[in-house]
Ligand binder design. Sequence first.
Ligand code: URA
Length: 234
Amino acid sequence: MPEDPALELQELTAALEDWLRFQRRLGWPGTPAESETPSPEQVQETDRVLTLKEIRAELGDCKRCKLSRGRKTIVFGDGSARARLMFIGEGPGEEEDLQGLPFVGAAGQLLNRLLSKLGLRREEVYIANVVKCRPPGNREPEADETGQCLPFLRKQIEAIKPRVIVTLGRVATQALLGTQAPLTRMRGQWQKYREIRVMPTFHPSYLLRFPKERHKTWEDMQQVMEYLAAHDEI
Ligand code: URA
């Protein structure tokens, strides 16, 4: 047994720090290279909540994934930067890719009708997608594409700070919440993303194909509206 356990721990910690410094100089992959270690100023800078404009600038003419090759336009998002209610879809379709705006095709028209029936204007909510470039043939975004794009969506959420997020469809719900749970289990049930309430519901494209299911999304939206009204948000 060491005579002084506290001293022994201090010595061990110092030896471990030395060893880690040495490994870092050798470029051992488990430790960040010294030049990559962010300075306190850099940490402060990256910790700051960016504005939507800054996030868009950071995205630039994005080539982070293969979706960039087939896109015409980056569909960043649309609506109020101070929206209390945010909708998240899957990814732009053909019309969105042409116009550079989310949900402006057939599914968007149904979303617009839903908003107006709820007494909401498009300009007072914010609408974005999990991926910002159109997947070819409207296929689902792949894991690498979602992985590259999600950080930007997370930053948008951080900038807007909505009180409620409505995820439209399975892809958006699973991507945002980081779960594989089926939409049927989550739809209509409050979920949480960080401290924000999330209401998963059907995607408007699905509702175009199965109009009999529309009443369920209507019910989900009633929960959202009741929550926002109870919190004086809308
Ligand atoms: N479907 C989506 O998920 N997003 C859009 O912007 C349009 C259609």
